[in-house]
Every structure is written in structure tokens, then in C-alpha cells.
Ligand binder design. Structure first.
Ligand SMILES: Nc1ncnc2c1ncn2[C@@H]1O[C@H](COP(=O)(O)OP(=O)(O)O)[C@@H](O)[C@H]1O
Ligand SMILES: [Mg+2]
Length: 328
């Protein structure tokens, strides 16, 4: 791993932003900055606001490397990474185009399916389609074609906002309304019943042929879906690292996460969400280029359970990005 830190190297963790996940991003960003400081970096945080560009350009504050830890559209759809590239600053994580691809769930699903992974059968429909064709007919067709239960979510989003598990056709209209409150396009998937797991990848290896670290799958046990409340309220959700699955299934899930990471062209850090179905097959749900890094987030929990020292692990990612910047 690349762990050498340049003397007084400045790292700036970007967090906040205007997404629905602003608070989570701030919590994640402050934790990561704290760990980087502990590892010897000159670490600071900054919001995505009107003062940011000046801060990035001012020679007194300009960082050597940036860690974009913004969730939601601007953070994960590639746009902040485009800004950092235009500003000539190296950063931790995936480049703009693959970020944009991963952020769009239906596109990511089709790419990982092409790479051989299983993902629930689905349809992607914009709100305007329901208005033009008539919502009743469109929803009838959905239930006839995909069956029940269904899972409805915005094509782009996070923290399960706008998501609904639909077990009866009569609940579909409300699920669509909830979804369209968060985005103009809906992904309607067959619901998978099984074990929910998430696999984080840390690729701090600097150089050809070095293999990324695939953390052990973390199992999420909830009563219902792993929604906003289940994520950020202590208590009702239980986590198991590694997931309570056979060793061969655990290995399959880890392989699937690496396949997704590589098929989508992701760099440095990713977290892929799956539900392992009753046949032991990991069904790909989505991948995150800026996974949560709060105390209760999945990636740090899996890393700590696997005996990694977070300051060292995060520092290795910042060092790799710094070295990459120097090469570019
Ligand atoms: N097809 C599905 N079947 C059953 N549950 C699902 C399905 N898709 C998502 N979920 C549940 O909804 C949660 C959020 O979905 P996900 O696709 O991971 O979006 P995000 O985390 O970006 O909001 C998952 O953690 C899972 O609990
Ligand atoms: Mg998810």
C-alpha cells in the first residue's frame, strides 16, 4: 500500500452539499479528516459552496489532494470530480465518467449484467410515461410483466430515499408517487428476498498487478428494508461481519463486488450492495463511489472487523491519489 505521506501534505475532505444526505456527508467527512490528521496529514474539510473555488485556488489554502465525500447527485454523479480535474487537483476515487455511470442504477445494472453478474429483472420508466399512457394501465402492465413483490426506487439516489417494497398491486400507485418525489425516473425491480450484504473495496495498491483489498461482506439485518431510519437510528439494525453465509457464498459475493468495481471502471474505493437470494446467488442492487464513512457506516465497520487501522487505510488512499496526481 502507498502509505508514505509527503511532508506537510494538505488533504481537503469535501463534505456537505445540498443533497438529502448532507448530514451524513458532513459526519463522514469529519471522521475521515480526523483519521487523516491522525495519520499525519494536514487535513481540513470544506463544504460545496460559493467559497470553495477560491479556497482551491488560493495558494495559502490550495490542497495537495482532495477527498470528495459528498453524497447525492453532485457528489456521486461525476460533476465534483469534473470540477477537481478542471482545477488540476488530484482526488481520491473514481473519475467523472465512470462515476456518472455508477450513479445511474439502470445503466450500472446493465453493465454488470454484461460482465456476468445477476441483477433483479427491472424496467426503467420516467414519470412522463405514466402521465402520457395513463398511470393505471402502465402499473397493470408492470405487475403482469414483473410480478409481485416489486421494489420501486429512483434511478439515481441514495440512503433508500424514495424506495418502497410493494407486496400488493394496490400499493404500487403510492410507491410511484413516493419515488417521483425524489427523481423523475423510476427503476421498478423484482424484489429479492434473501440476505442483504454490502462489499467494500479499497484499492490503495499503487502499481500494475497489485490487487485491491476486498473487505469481508457485511450483512445487514433489518426489519423491513434498509431504509433511512434503519441506517441512521442506532438499535434496530444488526450487522454481521462476515455475513452469516457459507464460505463459498462469501467468496462469490466478494468476486461479484470486484467484477462490478472493474466492469464499471471504478477507482480507489467503492461499495457494492447485493441481496443474496435463496439459491446463494448475489443479486446486484447498486454500487457507490462515495460510500458513507460515519461511525455506523458499512465500509468502516467491515474494515475495523477485518482488523484494519482506519487512519492507515484512509491515508493509503490519499497517498495513492497524491502520487497519481504527480504522475498526471
Ligand atoms: N430489488 C430489491 N429487492 C429487495 N430490496 C431491495 C431491492 N432493491 C433495493 N432494496 C432495498 O432498498 C435499499 C436501498 O436500495 P439501493 O438500491 O441500495 O439504493 P440506495 O442505497 O442508493 O438508496 C437496499 O439497501 C435494500 O434494503
Ligand atoms: Mg444502497
Amino acid at each position: 500500500m502507498a502509505t508514505k505521506i509527503a511532508q506537510n501534505a494538505k488533504v481537503l475532505v469535501l463534505c456537505g452539499g445540498l443533497s438529502h444526505e448532507r448530514d451524513i456527508s458532513i459526519a463522514s467527512g469529519h471522521r475521515v479528516a480526523g483519521y487523516l490528521e491522525e495519520a499525519g496529514w494536514d487535513a481540513a474539510t470544506h463544504d460545496m459552496d460559493g467559497a470553495l473555488l477560491d479556497y482551491l485556488h488560493d495558494p495559502d489554502t490550495r490542497p495537495d489532494v482532495v477527498w470528495p465525500l459528498l453524497h447525492g447527485a453532485n457528489g456521486e454523479d461525476g460533476s465534483i470530480r469534473d470540477i477537481l480535474e478542471m482545477a488540476g487537483l488530484p482526488y481520491v476515487g473514481t473519475r467523472p465518467v465512470p462515476s456518472r455511470t455508477a450513479w445511474n442504477k439502470p445503466i450500472a445494472k446493465s453493465l454488470v449484467a454484461h460482465a456476468g453478474l445477476s441483477t433483479p429483472r427491472s424496467v426503467t420508466l420516467p414519470e412522463s410515461m405514466f402521465m402520457e399512457l395513463g398511470a393505471q394501465g402502465a402499473m397493470k402492465l408492470l405487475v403482469e410483466s414483473l410480478g409481485l413483490p416489486l421494489f420501486v426506487k429512483p434511478t439515481m439516489g441514495g440512503s433508500a430515499l424514495g424506495c418502497t417494497l410493494v407486496t400488493e398491486a394496490s400499493a404500487l400507485p403510492q410507491a410511484m408517487v413516493t419515488c417521483f418525489a425524489y427523481g423523475q425516473v423510476a427503476l421498478i425491480e423484482q424484489a429479492v428476498i434473501g440476505t442483504e450484504v454490502s462489499v467494500s473495496i479499497i484499492d490503495a495498491a499503487d502499481g500494475e498487478g497489485a490487487s485491491p483489498l476486498i473487505l469481508p461482506p457485511i450483512e445487514i439485518e433489518t426489519h423491513g428494508i434498509y431504509d433511512y431510519e434503519a441506517r441512521y437510528t442506532p438499535g434496530p439494525t444488526k450487522f454481521y461481519v462476515p455475513a452469516r453465509l457459507d464460505a463459498s457464498v462469501l467468496a462469490t459475493v466478494q468476486d461479484a463486488a470486484l467484477t462490478a468495481h472493474q466492469a464499471l471502471g471504478l477507482e480507489d474505493i467503492s461499495r457494492t450492495d447485493f441481496i443474496v437470494d435463496s439459491d446463494g446467488v448475489p443479486q446486484f442492487l447498486e454500487v457507490n463511489v462515495a460510500p458513507g464513512m460515519t461511525e455506523s457506516s458499512l465500509l468502516p465497520q467491515a474494515a475495523v472487523a477485518d482488523d484494519h487501522h482506519l487512519p492507515e487505510l484512509y491515508s493509503s488512499l490519499a497517498s495513492k491519489a497524491l502520487a497519481r496526481g504527480a504522475r498526471r
